[in-house]
Design a protein around this ligand. Structure first.
Ligand code: GH3
Ligand code: MG
Ligand code: MG
Ligand code: MG
Length: 315
Protein backbone atom coordinates (compact mmCIF):
# COMPACT_ATOMS: atom_id res chain seq x y z
CA UNK A 1 0.00 0.00 0.00
CA UNK A 2 2.76 2.41 0.93
CA UNK A 3 4.37 1.83 -2.42
CA UNK A 4 1.33 2.98 -4.36
CA UNK A 5 2.51 6.55 -4.14
CA UNK A 6 6.05 5.72 -5.26
CA UNK A 7 7.12 7.72 -8.32
CA UNK A 8 9.05 4.60 -9.33
CA UNK A 9 12.64 5.63 -8.81
CA UNK A 10 15.15 3.98 -6.52
CA UNK A 11 15.89 7.19 -4.58
CA UNK A 12 12.27 7.37 -3.54
CA UNK A 13 12.33 3.75 -2.36
CA UNK A 14 15.47 4.35 -0.32
CA UNK A 15 13.87 7.46 1.20
CA UNK A 16 10.73 5.46 1.98
CA UNK A 17 12.57 2.57 3.64
CA UNK A 18 14.54 5.04 5.77
CA UNK A 19 11.27 6.69 6.88
CA UNK A 20 9.62 3.37 7.74
CA UNK A 21 12.69 2.35 9.71
CA UNK A 22 12.78 5.66 11.58
CA UNK A 23 9.05 5.56 12.34
CA UNK A 24 9.43 2.16 14.01
CA UNK A 25 11.31 3.90 16.81
CA UNK A 26 8.47 6.38 17.41
CA UNK A 27 4.97 6.29 18.80
CA UNK A 28 2.07 8.33 17.44
CA UNK A 29 -1.05 9.29 19.37
CA UNK A 30 -4.41 9.63 17.62
CA UNK A 31 -7.04 11.67 19.46
CA UNK A 32 -10.51 11.55 17.91
CA UNK A 33 -13.96 10.96 19.39
CA UNK A 34 -15.13 9.23 16.20
CA UNK A 35 -14.10 5.58 16.28
CA UNK A 36 -14.25 5.34 12.46
CA UNK A 37 -12.01 8.36 11.89
CA UNK A 38 -9.65 7.31 14.68
CA UNK A 39 -9.30 3.76 13.36
CA UNK A 40 -8.59 5.02 9.82
CA UNK A 41 -5.83 7.37 10.99
CA UNK A 42 -4.41 4.75 13.38
CA UNK A 43 -4.32 2.16 10.59
CA UNK A 44 -2.45 4.58 8.30
CA UNK A 45 0.10 5.39 11.00
CA UNK A 46 0.61 1.68 11.77
CA UNK A 47 1.13 1.06 8.04
CA UNK A 48 3.91 3.66 8.08
CA UNK A 49 5.60 1.82 10.92
CA UNK A 50 4.57 3.84 13.98
CA UNK A 51 3.57 2.28 17.27
CA UNK A 52 0.08 3.75 17.63
CA UNK A 53 -1.70 4.85 20.80
CA UNK A 54 -5.36 5.94 20.66
CA UNK A 55 -7.59 8.15 22.78
CA UNK A 56 -11.26 9.07 22.36
CA UNK A 57 -11.04 12.35 24.25
CA UNK A 58 -8.58 15.07 25.27
CA UNK A 59 -8.32 14.20 28.96
CA UNK A 60 -7.40 10.56 28.26
CA UNK A 61 -4.90 11.75 25.64
CA UNK A 62 -3.21 14.11 28.13
CA UNK A 63 -2.82 11.20 30.58
CA UNK A 64 -1.32 9.03 27.83
CA UNK A 65 1.15 11.77 26.88
CA UNK A 66 2.25 12.11 30.49
CA UNK A 67 2.89 8.38 30.86
CA UNK A 68 4.27 7.40 27.41
CA UNK A 69 7.63 9.05 26.74
CA UNK A 70 7.87 7.45 23.30
CA UNK A 71 5.12 9.58 21.76
CA UNK A 72 6.62 12.09 19.31
CA UNK A 73 3.62 12.77 17.09
CA UNK A 74 -0.01 13.60 17.84
CA UNK A 75 -2.88 13.70 15.35
CA UNK A 76 -5.80 15.47 17.02
CA UNK A 77 -9.36 16.07 15.86
CA UNK A 78 -10.94 19.51 16.38
CA UNK A 79 -14.53 18.71 17.33
CA UNK A 80 -14.64 16.53 20.41
CA UNK A 81 -16.95 16.62 23.42
CA UNK A 82 -15.38 18.08 26.57
CA UNK A 83 -12.04 19.45 25.40
CA UNK A 84 -11.74 20.41 21.72
CA UNK A 85 -8.56 19.87 19.69
CA UNK A 86 -7.37 23.47 20.02
CA UNK A 87 -7.75 23.51 23.80
CA UNK A 88 -6.01 20.12 23.91
CA UNK A 89 -3.13 21.49 21.82
CA UNK A 90 -2.78 24.50 24.13
CA UNK A 91 -2.70 22.21 27.18
CA UNK A 92 -0.11 19.87 25.63
CA UNK A 93 2.19 22.82 24.91
CA UNK A 94 2.36 23.63 28.63
CA UNK A 95 4.60 20.56 28.98
CA UNK A 96 5.81 19.52 25.52
CA UNK A 97 7.80 21.81 23.22
CA UNK A 98 7.13 22.05 19.47
CA UNK A 99 10.61 20.80 18.66
CA UNK A 100 10.14 17.58 20.67
CA UNK A 101 6.52 16.67 19.93
CA UNK A 102 4.68 17.40 16.66
CA UNK A 103 0.94 18.07 16.85
CA UNK A 104 -1.13 17.85 13.68
CA UNK A 105 -4.69 19.18 13.92
CA UNK A 106 -7.38 17.57 11.73
CA UNK A 107 -10.97 18.59 11.05
CA UNK A 108 -13.80 18.33 8.52
CA UNK A 109 -14.99 21.79 9.56
CA UNK A 110 -14.75 24.57 6.95
CA UNK A 111 -14.46 27.29 9.60
CA UNK A 112 -12.09 29.85 8.14
CA UNK A 113 -10.16 30.61 11.34
CA UNK A 114 -9.64 27.01 12.40
CA UNK A 115 -6.21 26.37 10.87
CA UNK A 116 -4.77 29.61 12.24
CA UNK A 117 -6.20 28.86 15.69
CA UNK A 118 -4.60 25.41 15.73
CA UNK A 119 -1.25 26.84 14.66
CA UNK A 120 -1.37 29.76 17.09
CA UNK A 121 -2.08 27.40 19.96
CA UNK A 122 0.97 25.31 19.17
CA UNK A 123 0.07 22.86 16.40
CA UNK A 124 2.85 22.13 13.90
CA UNK A 125 0.50 21.41 11.01
CA UNK A 126 -3.11 20.92 9.93
CA UNK A 127 -4.94 18.48 7.64
CA UNK A 128 -8.47 18.79 6.27
CA UNK A 129 -10.63 15.67 6.64
CA UNK A 130 -11.02 13.54 4.64
CA UNK A 131 -7.35 13.32 3.65
CA UNK A 132 -5.79 10.96 1.16
CA UNK A 133 -3.23 8.39 2.21
CA UNK A 134 -0.53 10.11 0.20
CA UNK A 135 -1.13 13.56 1.63
CA UNK A 136 -1.23 12.07 5.12
CA UNK A 137 2.04 10.21 4.62
CA UNK A 138 3.80 13.27 3.18
CA UNK A 139 2.68 15.53 6.03
CA UNK A 140 3.51 13.02 8.75
CA UNK A 141 6.92 12.32 7.21
CA UNK A 142 7.71 16.00 6.88
CA UNK A 143 6.83 16.66 10.51
CA UNK A 144 8.81 13.66 11.77
CA UNK A 145 11.75 14.70 9.53
CA UNK A 146 11.66 18.17 11.07
CA UNK A 147 11.83 16.71 14.59
CA UNK A 148 14.81 14.57 13.52
CA UNK A 149 16.56 17.55 11.96
CA UNK A 150 16.05 19.73 15.02
CA UNK A 151 17.30 16.87 17.22
CA UNK A 152 20.44 16.55 15.07
CA UNK A 153 21.08 20.30 15.23
CA UNK A 154 20.56 20.31 19.00
CA UNK A 155 23.03 17.44 19.37
CA UNK A 156 25.57 19.28 17.22
CA UNK A 157 25.17 22.40 19.34
CA UNK A 158 25.22 20.76 22.77
CA UNK A 159 27.28 17.55 22.52
CA UNK A 160 30.97 16.93 22.15
CA UNK A 161 31.48 15.12 18.85
CA UNK A 162 34.14 12.63 20.04
CA UNK A 163 32.68 11.49 23.37
CA UNK A 164 28.97 12.33 23.10
CA UNK A 165 29.18 14.15 26.45
CA UNK A 166 27.65 17.63 26.80
CA UNK A 167 30.05 20.30 25.60
CA UNK A 168 31.31 23.26 27.59
CA UNK A 169 28.59 25.66 26.38
CA UNK A 170 25.81 23.24 27.25
CA UNK A 171 27.40 22.63 30.64
CA UNK A 172 27.21 26.33 31.48
CA UNK A 173 23.59 26.61 30.33
CA UNK A 174 22.60 23.76 32.66
CA UNK A 175 25.05 24.42 35.48
CA UNK A 176 23.95 28.00 36.15
CA UNK A 177 20.42 26.81 36.91
CA UNK A 178 21.66 24.00 39.19
CA UNK A 179 23.96 26.45 40.98
CA UNK A 180 21.12 28.96 41.56
CA UNK A 181 18.80 26.19 42.79
CA UNK A 182 21.41 24.83 45.23
CA UNK A 183 22.21 28.30 46.61
CA UNK A 184 18.51 29.27 46.93
CA UNK A 185 17.73 26.03 48.80
CA UNK A 186 20.94 26.06 50.87
CA UNK A 187 21.81 22.63 49.47
CA UNK A 188 25.30 21.16 48.94
CA UNK A 189 26.97 21.36 45.54
CA UNK A 190 30.36 20.12 44.39
CA UNK A 191 32.25 20.96 41.21
CA UNK A 192 35.17 18.84 40.05
CA UNK A 193 37.69 19.51 37.28
CA UNK A 194 39.37 16.40 35.95
CA UNK A 195 42.40 16.26 33.65
CA UNK A 196 44.12 13.21 32.17
CA UNK A 197 47.73 12.89 33.30
CA UNK A 198 50.48 13.06 30.67
CA UNK A 199 47.95 12.69 27.89
CA UNK A 200 50.37 14.12 25.36
CA UNK A 201 52.64 11.19 26.18
CA UNK A 202 49.77 8.74 25.54
CA UNK A 203 49.20 10.33 22.12
CA UNK A 204 52.92 10.34 21.33
CA UNK A 205 53.41 6.72 22.41
CA UNK A 206 50.24 5.03 21.18
CA UNK A 207 48.96 7.34 18.47
CA UNK A 208 46.15 9.82 18.18
CA UNK A 209 43.43 7.18 17.56
CA UNK A 210 44.29 5.43 20.83
CA UNK A 211 44.29 8.87 22.47
CA UNK A 212 40.75 9.31 21.18
CA UNK A 213 39.78 5.87 22.52
CA UNK A 214 41.19 6.89 25.91
CA UNK A 215 39.06 10.07 25.85
CA UNK A 216 35.95 8.04 25.02
CA UNK A 217 36.70 5.53 27.79
CA UNK A 218 37.14 8.31 30.37
CA UNK A 219 33.93 9.96 29.17
CA UNK A 220 32.03 6.67 29.45
CA UNK A 221 33.39 6.08 32.96
CA UNK A 222 32.27 9.57 33.98
CA UNK A 223 28.83 9.10 32.42
CA UNK A 224 28.41 5.76 34.22
CA UNK A 225 29.45 7.26 37.53
CA UNK A 226 27.07 10.21 37.16
CA UNK A 227 23.63 10.17 38.77
CA UNK A 228 20.66 11.75 37.01
CA UNK A 229 21.30 14.89 39.11
CA UNK A 230 24.93 15.26 38.06
CA UNK A 231 26.18 17.23 35.08
CA UNK A 232 29.19 15.90 33.23
CA UNK A 233 30.89 17.65 30.32
CA UNK A 234 34.00 17.56 28.19
CA UNK A 235 35.44 21.03 28.62
CA UNK A 236 37.98 20.60 25.84
CA UNK A 237 41.09 18.54 25.07
CA UNK A 238 41.55 16.04 27.91
CA UNK A 239 39.72 18.08 30.50
CA UNK A 240 36.33 17.17 31.95
CA UNK A 241 34.04 18.79 34.47
CA UNK A 242 31.47 17.31 36.82
CA UNK A 243 28.89 19.13 38.89
CA UNK A 244 27.30 17.08 41.67
CA UNK A 245 24.33 18.61 43.49
CA UNK A 246 23.00 17.47 46.86
CA UNK A 247 26.15 15.62 47.80
CA UNK A 248 27.52 16.22 51.32
CA UNK A 249 31.27 16.98 51.19
CA UNK A 250 32.50 13.63 52.57
CA UNK A 251 30.31 11.62 50.20
CA UNK A 252 31.36 13.78 47.23
CA UNK A 253 35.00 13.22 48.12
CA UNK A 254 34.57 9.45 48.31
CA UNK A 255 32.80 9.48 44.95
CA UNK A 256 35.60 11.38 43.21
CA UNK A 257 38.19 9.10 44.80
CA UNK A 258 36.25 6.08 43.48
CA UNK A 259 36.11 7.74 40.07
CA UNK A 260 39.88 8.31 40.09
CA UNK A 261 40.44 4.62 40.90
CA UNK A 262 37.92 3.44 38.28
CA UNK A 263 39.82 5.40 35.62
CA UNK A 264 43.19 4.07 36.83
CA UNK A 265 41.73 0.54 36.47
CA UNK A 266 40.75 1.09 32.81
CA UNK A 267 42.66 -0.92 30.21
CA UNK A 268 42.23 0.41 26.68
CA UNK A 269 43.23 -2.06 23.97
CA UNK A 270 45.76 -0.93 21.36
CA UNK A 271 46.75 -3.78 19.04
CA UNK A 272 48.13 -6.55 21.27
CA UNK A 273 48.88 -4.15 24.11
CA UNK A 274 46.68 -2.33 26.59
CA UNK A 275 47.00 1.30 27.63
CA UNK A 276 46.35 2.48 31.16
CA UNK A 277 46.07 6.04 32.39
CA UNK A 278 45.50 8.18 35.44
CA UNK A 279 43.68 11.43 36.10
CA UNK A 280 44.10 14.33 38.50
CA UNK A 281 40.98 15.85 40.04
CA UNK A 282 40.42 19.19 41.75
CA UNK A 283 37.21 19.47 43.76
CA UNK A 284 35.46 22.57 45.02
CA UNK A 285 33.22 20.79 47.53
CA UNK A 286 30.67 23.48 48.49
CA UNK A 287 28.87 26.42 46.84
CA UNK A 288 30.86 29.64 46.60
CA UNK A 289 29.65 33.13 45.62
CA UNK A 290 29.35 32.12 41.97
CA UNK A 291 29.67 29.14 39.66
CA UNK A 292 32.68 30.86 38.14
CA UNK A 293 34.35 31.00 41.57
CA UNK A 294 33.70 27.28 42.10
CA UNK A 295 35.25 26.43 38.73
CA UNK A 296 38.28 28.63 39.44
CA UNK A 297 38.72 26.90 42.78
CA UNK A 298 38.43 23.45 41.23
CA UNK A 299 40.98 24.51 38.58
CA UNK A 300 43.41 25.77 41.20
CA UNK A 301 43.06 22.51 43.17
CA UNK A 302 43.56 20.51 39.98
CA UNK A 303 46.82 22.37 39.47
CA UNK A 304 47.84 21.40 43.03
CA UNK A 305 46.96 17.76 42.28
CA UNK A 306 49.27 17.92 39.23
CA UNK A 307 52.05 19.61 41.20
CA UNK A 308 51.67 17.07 44.02
CA UNK A 309 52.48 14.17 41.69
CA UNK A 310 49.24 13.60 39.67
CA UNK A 311 46.81 10.61 39.99
CA UNK A 312 45.08 12.18 43.00
CA UNK A 313 42.04 14.09 44.20
CA UNK A 314 42.64 17.45 45.91
CA UNK A 315 40.00 19.44 47.80
P1 GH3 B 1 49.38 16.99 32.30
O1 GH3 B 1 49.55 15.74 33.06
O2 GH3 B 1 50.15 18.12 32.90
O3 GH3 B 1 47.93 17.35 32.15
O4 GH3 B 1 50.01 16.78 30.85
P2 GH3 B 1 49.25 16.48 29.49
O5 GH3 B 1 50.22 15.88 28.54
O6 GH3 B 1 48.02 15.68 29.77
O7 GH3 B 1 48.76 17.93 29.05
P3 GH3 B 1 49.07 18.80 27.78
O8 GH3 B 1 48.18 19.98 27.91
O9 GH3 B 1 50.55 19.04 27.63
O10 GH3 B 1 48.62 17.92 26.54
C1 GH3 B 1 47.30 17.68 26.22
C2 GH3 B 1 47.26 16.97 24.91
O11 GH3 B 1 45.93 16.58 24.57
C3 GH3 B 1 47.75 17.80 23.76
C4 GH3 B 1 46.71 17.60 22.65
O12 GH3 B 1 47.29 17.27 21.45
C5 GH3 B 1 45.89 16.45 23.17
N1 GH3 B 1 44.51 16.48 22.71
C6 GH3 B 1 43.61 17.48 22.85
N2 GH3 B 1 42.43 17.13 22.28
C7 GH3 B 1 42.59 15.86 21.80
C8 GH3 B 1 41.72 14.96 21.11
O13 GH3 B 1 40.52 15.24 20.84
N3 GH3 B 1 42.21 13.73 20.78
C9 GH3 B 1 43.49 13.39 21.06
N4 GH3 B 1 43.90 12.16 20.72
N5 GH3 B 1 44.34 14.24 21.69
C10 GH3 B 1 43.89 15.46 22.06
MG1 MG C 1 -14.79 14.83 16.33
MG1 MG D 1 46.49 16.56 30.97
MG1 MG E 1 44.89 19.71 30.18
Amino acid sequence: CVLKSAPGNIDYLVWLVQRLDRNRRLAALVVDDSLTARSYTAALLAMYGFRVVEAGDGATALDLLASDRGIRLVVVDYQMPGMDGIEFTRRVREHHARDKLAIIGVSASERATLVAQFLKNGANDFLHKPYSREEFFCRISQNADNLDLIGTLQDLATKDFLTGLPNRRHFFEQARRRFDQAVAAGRPLAVAMLDIDHFKHINDTWGHDTGDAVLRAVAATLALAATSQDLVARFGGEEFCMLAPDMPVDIAMRRFERLRRAIADLRIPCGDATVSLTVSIGVCPAPRESLHAMLSDADRLLYLAKAGGRNRVVT
